[in-house]
Each structure stands twice: as structure tokens, then as C-alpha cells.
Design a protein around this ligand. Structure first.
Ligand SMILES: Cc1cc2nc3c(=O)[nH]c(=O)nc-3n(C[C@H](O)[C@H](O)[C@H](O)COP(=O)(O)O)c2cc1C
Length: 258
């Protein structure tokens, strides 16, 4: 299955069977996580075969059952303490308060982290789908204070997003999308190039919190592309997911980010 097929095939699956994931498949996923961590500086970790990989914690929304395997998307805000002089732990606490209140990230380091989590998390989700598994993104409330977590947080790091994965207990639902015209802009009078359309069609398959698709891609006169988050829950993570999809759909060599 190629990545475009994996995008079509992927759905948020919230119920899993007890069938264990093959060791060989877990090894491939672990290698992909190592590669993502190397490239991104994130501290992504994985657990498999647990009774409850979500540790009884509440998810931000949605009911999950049989989650035996998960990937914890962990990182540190890119410039914690550097932009506003806040100590890492204060910044982390402030972030958790904002997340609980569903406020959008405003700190530059936080925005960079969230977009990076989206980009690399979605790369892992699609790899899992290619390996015959189902996945779902989820936000675990109070994950940073969980007792006996299977992940480890270094100073200044935080975990909020997780990916459940495994053998799905039921098929995914129908996907809906905003029309392409609402999600991108091209210069006046230009016909949308095929590569840009292919990128957008892939981006439209990306998961976003509550399916809000809070992103806008712009093709500029000089052929470069920019992408920004619009209003929505955890918009910067969704933007990161959509940017990964866009690159795959358009062809990585074609896309020059502005
Ligand atoms: C950043 C992010 C956070 C999400 N958080 C949750 C969550 O807390 N609970 C949940 O049930 N689904 C969550 N989802 C899954 C989305 O609701 C789901 O991907 C979306 O509805 C689109 O459906 P699809 O993935 O089947 O295309 C999240 C997705 C993203 C990208």
C-alpha cells in the first residue's frame, strides 16, 4: 500500500480488538519512531500489549475502548524560556491551562512544537496503516500527571497528543471535507496546477480535531507555498498533519515552502 492509498484507507478508529500486533510490525514502527525523533528532535515513545495504554485517563472527546497500543507524541516547545523569559515548567503549566480551556497556542515555540507533532505523528499514523493497522489521534487530559506512565518526560517536555493503534474492532465512518476552494488560495487568473491540486486533495484527507480542517494553503506567484492555521481546536497540530499529506500528494520535490 503506498502512502496515498494509506491516506484514503485511514480513519479515526476508537475501538480495538485484543489481537496483539505482530512483533515484526512493532519493530518496523519502532524504527520509524527512531527516524522521526532523529529528524525532528521530538521524544516520541511507544507502548504495546498493555491492558489500557490510555491508563484510564479521559480523552478530550470520543469514547475509546480496547486501546492496548499507543504512541505518545512528546516534545519540548521549541524556544521555551527564550522568548519571554518564562522558566520551562511555568511555560508548560501555562500551556496545560490554555489547552484545558481550548485556547489556541500563541507562543511561537509552542506553535512550532504542535505543528511538528502533527507532521511526524501523521507520518507514523500512515506508516501504521500501511502495516495493516488502524489508528486514531487523541488528546489525553491530565497525561502529564498520570500515575505510573509508560512514557518518560524529560524536563520541559510534555505529552498531550497520543496515537492509539492496533486491530480495529469496527470500520471507520464516512469522511467529510470542506470544499477545496475554502481550504486554499491561488493567484488571480491562474489555473490550479495539477501538483498543487494533488497536494490539496491529500491535505483534505488529513485528520484534524473535530474534523474542523482549520488550515489554509496558499500558492504564490513565484510557485512557493505557504500554509497557515485558521481557527479551530488544536489547529497547529492539524496543520502539521495536513502539511505532511500535502507534501506526499504534491510530491516532496515539487513543494517549496515559503
Ligand atoms: C490533533 C488531533 C486531536 C484529536 N483529538 C481527538 C480526541 O481527543 N478524541 C477523539 O475521539 N478524536 C480525536 N481526534 C480524531 C479526529 O476527531 C478525527 O481524526 C476527525 O474527526 C476526522 O476523522 P477521520 O480521522 O476518520 O478522517 C483528534 C485528531 C487530531 C488531528
Amino acid at each position: 500500500m503506498n502512502l496515498l492509498e494509506a491516506m484514503e484507507q485511514r480513519h479515526a478508529i476508537r475501538a480495538y480488538t485484543d489481537e496483539p500486533v505482530d512483533q515484526a510490525v512493532l519493530d518496523i514502527l519502532r524504527a520509524e519512531i527512531d527516524a522521526c525523533n532523529q529528524e525532528s528532535g521530538l521524544h516520541i515513545q511507544m507502548a504495546a500489549g498493555l491492558d489500557d495504554a490510555f491508563l484510564g485517563l479521559k480523552t478530550h472527546y470520543g469514547r475509546f475502548t480496547g486501546v492496548h497500543n499507543a504512541i505518545a507524541l512528546i516534545g519540548r516547545p521549541a524556544c521555551v524560556g527564550a522568548t519571554d523569559g518564562t522558566a520551562p515548567n511555568d511555560a508548560t503549566a501555562a500551556w496545560h491551562k490554555a489547552a484545558a480551556a481550548d485556547e489556541a497556542a500563541t507562543d511561537a515555540g509552542e506553535i512550532t512544537l504542535q505543528e511538528r507533532v502533527g507532521y511526524y505523528g501523521e507520518r507514523l499514523a500512515l506508516r501504521a496503516v500501511q502495516l495493516g493497522l488502524e489508528t486514531s489521534w487523541a488528546v489525553l487530559d491530565d497525561a502529564d500527571t498520570a500515575e505510573h506512565p509508560w512514557w518518560c518526560l524529560h524536563p520541559g517536555e510534555k505529552i498531550v497528543w497520543v496515537l492509539a493503534f492496533g486491530h480495529g474492532a469496527r470500520p471507520g465512518g464516512r469522511r467529510r471535507s470542506k470544499p477545496i476552494e475554502e481550504l486554499c488560495r491561488i493567484p488571480d487568473g491562474m489555473t490550479m496546477p495539477d501538483w498543487f491540486r494533488a497536494g490539496m486533495e491529500a491535505a483534505m484527507l488529513a485528520p484534524t480535531s473535530l474534523s474542523q480542517q482549520p488550515f489554509l494553503f496558499t500558492l504564490h506567484e513565484d510557485g512557493t507555498v505557504s500554509a497557515e492555521a485558521t481557527e479551530g481546536l488544536f489547529a497547529h497540530v492539524g496543520l502539521g498533519c495536513a502539511k505532511y499529506h500535502f507534501e506526499v500528494g504534491a510530491g516532496r520535490d515539487r513543494v517549496v515552502w515559503r
